[in-house]
Ligand binder design. Structure first.
Ligand code: ADP
Ligand code: MG
Length: 393
């Protein structure tokens, strides 16, 4: 990563505004998945150890630019305090004299957690006045929210333009891992793509075709490819507007694009639906394709085992329902067993890996769903672009 890192800053005694991604699921006042909080701990600990006074800010959910107790940061504060093992002072505001006071009173042993940035209409508008208010009490800005870097908001871009800025340790790790795969992969490089929509992923496929040796395609999107090849796909999810695009991608990729050879079909998308495997040439017209089949898993496993680099985004089937989770599980196990450098990105793919308990077996799990895909597409992420390069001032 050529961006200035928090490690390049002199943080001792400094008031540091840290943009974290604490957009976590909350149910009945409790955080139900604290992964994102855990992943922010290294930067927080680094700052505390270095004698800084950090205040953290994040968005949570989609409140409408005004306070909404459903999206307050209190449950996050409690969990953060447990995980960090140090005091967390949660404020009911993100700007104003209270922030100043809390920072002045903090003795460098704990952190301040500001209120949800999306309680302010200026956040998503990247309003300069709101950014000024946010920046006012601080000496430095550290961005550790890779998952929010594809949004040009006040806490990701506006403040970064007003304060000396740097990437946090998680941001750095995310960029380093994605760059390793995209710029200089060890070969063979096998990319695995699944999920619901071709339309979401055309640009990702395009970009991966430039670097990957093989692209394995599963999930609902394979049915758009099958239909483009002239197969009957029954009631499977197809995006008819993308049939030409699918043909073009297949022509461009040739043998490097590998589609399933068998699929699991059912009459309904439900737990006790009668699911059965079938070859892709014989999908019944009244059935829906909901997973890749066992032969496909074996075929994909062959490529995965040979790979030295793997990028995986998108489940192979409707993994939320056990009857259609075997394809995703098979691929996840193959990636887990492989010795390749592996990166898993995408909200649902990561959820699937976690459900299988295979998180620790994967090389790197990206915290950025949309952000990691946009990065792979080759788009410049506003929250990354705004950070100064190493030598700049
Ligand atoms: P990610 O969040 O990892 O990028 P996506 O959001 O693109 O993944 O896709 C995930 C969704 O795709 C899951 O909810 C899953 O149920 C759905 N899906 C996968 N295969 C199929 C299929 N054959 N038919 C319908 N939905 C599917
Ligand atoms: Mg998703």
């Amino acid at each position: 990563m050529n961006k200035r890192s928090v490690m390049d800053l002199d943080v001792r005694g400094k008031k540091v505004l840290v943009r974290v991604d604490f957009n976590v699921p909350v149910k009945d006042g409790d955080v139900t998945d604290d992964t994102r909080i855990r992943r922010a701990l290294p930067t927080i600990r680094y700052l505390l150890k270095g004698g800084a006074r950090p205040a953290l800010i994040s968005h949570l959910g989609r409140p409408k630019g005004e306070p909404d107790s459903k999206y307050a940061m209190d449950p996050t504060a409690r969990r953060l305090e447990e995980l960090l093992g140090a005091p967390v002072e949660k404020l009911d505001t993100a700007v104003g004299p209270e922030v100043e006071e809390a920072l002045n009173e903090s003795n460098g042993e704990g952190v301040v957690l500001l209120e949800n940035s999306r309680f302010y209409p200026g956040e998503t508008k990247n309003d300069p006045e709101f950014s000024e208010q946010l920046a006012a009490p601080f000496d430095l800005y550290v961005d550790d929210a890779f998952g929010a870097a594809h949004r040009a908001h006040a806490t990701t871009v506006g403040v970064a333009e007003l304060l000396p800025a740097a990437a946090g340790l998680l941001m750095q790790e995310e960029l380093d891992n994605l760059d390793k795969v995209l710029l200089d992969p060890e070969r063979p490089f096998v990319a695995i793509l699944g999920g619901a929509k071709v339309s979401d992923k055309v640009a990702v496929i395009e970009s991966l075709l430039e670097v990957a040796d093989t692209l394995l395609i599963g999930g609902a999107m394979c049915f758009t490819f099958f239909k483009a090849q002239g197969y009957e796909v029954g009631k499977s999810l197809v995006e008819d507007d993308y049939l030409e695009e699918a043909k073009r991608l297949m022509a461009e990729a040739g043998e490097r694009l590998v589609l399933p050879v068998d699929v699991v079909v059912a009459g309904e998308i439900e737990e006790n639906a009668e699911a059965r495997g079938t070859g892709v040439e014989e999908i019944p017209s009244d059935m829906t394709g909901l997973d890749v089949g066992p032969e496909t898993v074996e075929k994909f496993r062959g490529y995965i085992t040979e790979a030295r680099t793997i990028f995986w985004n998108g489940p192979m089937g409707v993994f939320e329902i056990d009857a259609f989770a075997k394809g995703t599980e098979g691929v996840a196990r193959a990636v887990a067993e492989s010795e390749a450098i592996s990166i898993v990105g995408g909200g649902d793919s990561v959820a699937a890996v976690r459900k299988l308990g295979l998180e620790d077996e994967m090389g790197f799990i990206s915290t950025g769903g949309g952000a990691s895909l946009e990065y792979v597409e080759g788009k410049e992420l506003p929250g990354v672009a705004v950070l100064p390069n190493k030598e700049e001032d």
